[in-house]
Design a protein around this ligand. Structure first.
Ligand code: TNX
Length: 554
């Protein structure tokens, strides 16, 4: 409906807004038990037990702080769209009489991250051994409600939940995504929003690529110029930026409240131009290089022959570890083309010992493979060819793998030749390509038992705004999430494609940008027979964002 030329009155504005919202939300896809992404382990529908969430519903949880925190989160998720009060109370024996019960149990069969969700005419019960399990049950519950549940404002909807039960637990313990905040800096608020996207799909790790040639993004008190000087640049000559320790703690605690562990990466010995600009004493020739804001790789390195380099690394890792409640420190190690052979492996072995001294476990890109094994060591494999004898050898010496195959899981690759953002060195990755591989059998000779899990990296050479991030993540992130969570027996493109289609209206309702991938049968708009065109919703990025958002996006 066109806006009248006169100043519109309040009633007209309200009507226009209502119509726009209805378009965004159309059509009300039937939310069914079997439409959950990632696919649950076991689903038993029982249509005779549908339950209607109404204004008088309550949330009860086991009187235990972490369980109550999940209950509060559930309330926060459901209140905006329903407008219901949904009070939360802790009780000794929660039961679903007229509401939603979150119950901690010691039923070990559910596993540390598993849950059981039961919908009956009396209400919903989610049972788990840990608060993490309850949290994943809550994410499933959210998807059982109509898409309008994602609306930030009250919607008049029939909040019907399908009767039946789901029993679920993940295939792999490590399910992650990476955001490169070095090539382009992203404000804390943007990162928190990415955390929300991970949480929806039951991912439990956020890897932050904090340092690279184009910028150093984390404050280090003992080497302050890293952030103040090394952080002041980014690709394309934007203003860059860095996280203060308070900023970083905010990200860590927001993620922890969503059962997501932050994995900080300090990339060494290469990808260090920004550090060398700040501290030329670390450079092989001790001369400050010019700041670098282009996108080549492999030219910079900290001097492996200089003892000061190891003081620097010990200080940085110590301070980053102090900000990190999680077990992992990622030391990069990729594309250090100028540090070769024994010099490279000697450097890596020394840095692995420095990580161990912080009490953390080392993670690094699979280029670390030739170095000696370190207790618990995890390699992040980003190859494009599963024949990789060096990585296999490292696994045989005790390493475990996080799988991020460049030609399936790299979310900075274009979807199609005309995708305006991203790269194509590892090929084009449409949704099907992101989905069609098996993490348990991808690297030749590496058994599933040596696979810790999967991760979808998003490099940001061409990504400059939150909307860009969302368009590259969605709808491929759910594909990687399903590979990490769902039993292999549930794998199937046709089923995944159809389940995923129901998420378009959810993202639209939430104001999340996404790529309208043509291979997904997005629901048809009942009003005019067209598929809803996901629109680019202008999104506020943080206060220190000076970028003009790219205009050539879909
Ligand atoms: C390779 S993957 C890189 C990154 C780039 C990326 C672009 C890896 C460990 N290194 O430095 O950003 O390709 O796709």
């Amino acid at each position: 409906m066109p806006l009248p030329t006169r100043e519109p009155d309040a009633a007209t504005l309200a009507r226009v807004a209502e119509q726009a919202a209805a378009e965004l939300l159309a059509p009300p896809a039937p939310a069914r038990l079997a439409e959950v992404v990632p696919a649950p382990q076991r689903v038993l529908p029982d249509p005779s037990e549908d339950w209607l969430l109404t204004a008088d519903a309550v949330i009860v949880a086991t009187a235990d702080a972490p369980a109550l925190a999940v209950a509060e989160r559930l309330g926060e998720l459901l209140r905006p769209a329903t407008g219901f009060p949904l009070p939360v109370t802790g009780v000794a024996r929660p039961a679903a009489s007229g509401g939603i019960a979150l119950v901690l149990t010691d039923d070990a069969g559910l596993g540390t991250e598993g849950y059981r969700l039961v919908v009956t005419r009396a209400g919903v019960t989610i049972t788990a051994v840990t608060a993490a399990g309850l949290f994943y049950g809550v994410q499933t519950l959210r998807q059982l409600l109509p898409p309008a549940i994602e609306s930030p404002a009250p919607v008049g909807e029939h909040w019907l939940l399908p009767g039946g039960s789901i029993t679920d637990q993940p295939r792999f313990p490590y399910r992650g995504a990476m955001l490169d905040v070095a090539r382009h800096f992203f404000a804390v608020e943007d990162v928190l929003r990415v955390v929300d996207h991970l949480a929806r799909y039951k991912l439990n790790h956020l890897h932050l690529h904090l340092t690279d040639d184009q910028g150093w993004r984390i404050a280090v008190d003992s080497w302050p110029r890293l952030a103040t000087v090394g952080g002041a640049t980014e690709v394309g000559n934007g203003p860059g930026g860095h996280y203060t320790k308070a900023d970083y703690r905010r990200i860590v605690s927001y993620a922890a409240a969503r059962h997501i562990t932050v994995v900080p990466e300090v990339d060494l010995p290469g990808h260090t131009n920004a550090a060398l600009v700040a501290y030329p004493e670390l450079a092989p020739d001790k001369v400050a290089p010019p700041p670098y804001t282009d996108t080549e790789v492999g030219f910079s390195y900290v001097d492996p022959a200089n003892e000061r380099t190891y003081d620097f690394i010990a200080d940085v890792l110590g301070e980053v570890a102090a900000l990190t409640p999680g077990p992992w420190l990622h030391i990069g190690g990729d594309e250090a083309f100028k540090v070769k052979g024994g010099v490279y492996t000697g450097f890596v072995e020394r840095v692995q010992r420095l990580v161990a001294r912080t009490g953390r476990t080392v993670v690094g890109w699979h280029q670390l493979a030739p170095a000696a094994h370190a207790e618990g060591r995890v390699l992040q494999w980003w190859g494009t060819d599963g024949e990789d004898p060096a990585t296999l050898d490292a696994v045989q010496r005790g390493a475990r793998l996080i799988l991020s195959p460049g030609n399936h899981a790299y979310l900075d690759m274009k979807y199609a030749p005309d995708t305006p953002l991203g790269q194509d060195w590892a090929g084009l990755i449409d949704v099907r390509r992101a989905y069609e591989w098996d993490p348990g059998a991808h690297v030749t000779g590496v058994p599933e038992a040596a696979v810790l899990g999967v991760e979808a990296p998003l490099w940001t050479e061409s990504i400059t705004s939150l909307a860009d991030i969302e368009v590259m993540l969605l709808p491929r992130l759910p594909a990687i999430a399903e590979l990490g969570w769902s039993p292999r027996a549930t794998h199937g493109w046709a089923g995944f494609r159809d389940r995923l289609a129901g998420h378009g209206p959810r993202w639209a309702a939430a104001g999340i940008a996404f790529h309208p991938a043509p291979e997904i049968p997005w629901p048809v708009n009942q009003a005019d027979g067209t598929r809803p065109t996901p629109r680019r919703i202008p999104i506020q990025t943080g206060p220190n964002r000076a970028h003009v958002s790219r205009t050539d996006n879909p």
